[in-house]
Design a protein around this ligand. Sequence first.
Ligand code: NOJ
Ligand code: CA
Length: 576
Amino acid sequence: MKKSLPIFILLSLICCKMAFAQAVQSHTDTIDRKWWKEAVVYQIYPRSFKDSNNDGIGDLKGIISKLDYIKSLGVTVVWLNPIYSSPNDDNGYDISNYRNIMDVFGTMADFDALLKGLHDRHIKLVMDLVVNHSSDEHEWFKQSRSSRTNPYRDYYHWWPAEKGKPTPRYSFFDINSDAWKYDSLTNSYYLHYFSRKQPDLNWENPKVRTEVDDIMKFWLDKGIDGFRMDAFQYVAKDTTFPVFPPGYEKNINKYYGMGPHLHDYIKEMNTNVFSKYDIMTVAEGAGSTLEDAHNLVDADRHELNMAYHFEGVDITNKPGGYTLLDLKQVYTKWDKDFEDKGWLAIFMANHDNPRMVSNFGNDSPGFRDLSSKMLTTFLMTMRGTPYYYNGDELGMTNIGFTDIKDYRDVAALNGYKHVVNTGGDVQHYMQELRVRSRDNSRTPFQWDSSENAGFTMGTPWIKVNPNYTTINAADEDKDPNSCLSYFRKMVSLRKVNLVLVYGKYNLVDADNPNVYAYTRELDGKKMLVLLNFTAKDATVTSGIDLSKAKVLIQNYTTPINQNHLRPYEAIVYQMN
Ligand code: NOJ
Ligand code: CA
């Protein structure tokens, strides 16, 4: 399928009412039910969702104006990408004040109104907590860099230059991939795993941890419902900075992830903060082994609620491409390992990855609609809490910019400079960006067929995908067979069938190279999911007896042909 681009590999290291009612009734008390396990999370990228004042940038008032739309999806949790004050080197992932709203996004009053608007609609709000690093424009960093004796000096990682060059560390976004930046002001280097404007906070300093506790309490006391913890597996560091073996940067999670005292820090946060609120906490990243992931989320450890692993999306970066058998193997492995203990998130796209349908499905006109619905079926019928990225419900596609001037992402722009500076293959890089760039999923939400897709009447901060005239919410809302209508149906199917949340997952017809088939079972209730992941007709094993099966949902509007599946066909059956 697709070829890889190193920076993105590394980056992604760092996604029948009666029948429904019966399903809920058949549930027993043996399951450890939690609202965050039963949630459907909708991720909103505020910069690109809806612009209320026509400055070309999405904002909080814009989201507020679309609350009824969000409610209409049936989702139960919104995860907002960072909205705090930021110079926007990395679109809000570089925070200069953790208790303020970014100017272009609005005010704290707007935030309060947004939170109320969501809660009035019984939707919870999860915020991004970005504390592996701050912005270099945060007051802490300004103080820290001002002198070696400043009380904030130890809020960050500094290396005095008289000791020579620090041990090499790879940076995801740096033009030279160097995570140490020399600062002449105090003749020292500071550490930044991401861009130079994102210095890493020193979690080994208890004062930093207390600051973070206070920031979390500030937002939780406002009533928010949890945190998505950005790059969290990287916060703890071995500050002796040992030398890593050559090529360590190809396995960054192994070397950067799960540092020495990470679990102590999370337990401390749990004791001081999480345990005092009814919230959900999700770690971005899950380490490099199944055991790492369990250590973050198993309930008896009292750390986090869930984590999202990257293997499911990283598979699209596999050199030489991946097969459906690879995909099935990855998802089955994770499911089996978390069958009895622990809980995971499940996703196929977010603001760091290409669009779901372009990456995992087929965005050509003949198959976009079908393959997008097929992938939606997958996400909504797997175990784990589904995270669904805004715009995917419309089947929005990659924009595939071909001119570097159209890109906005620091990763793309710095990667480009690196290739140019080192005499690399610029054409190849541009080709990879076209397919893999994060900007593919950051183009404005396509609301309607008016100018700029109804996102703004100004000049959008990033170009609108020209296909908005045919792919947009207004048209799809009117069409009962659209991707949008299908998403709404899938969400409600999941919400009323606990078997889809908690039921045991079993792979069926495991060696089938074209069809992903599995059952979900709970309390004697069984569902079968059939997904053709290809653009060709496919057959499922004749061993599946469909004689008593009842179709709950399908993505074609014409009759089903038993064990034969049409291109990208998706069917969910109730088996008893
Ligand atoms: C992960 C975020 O999802 C990504 O967008 C960001 O660039 C890095 N962490 C750094 O905060
Ligand atoms: Ca705006």
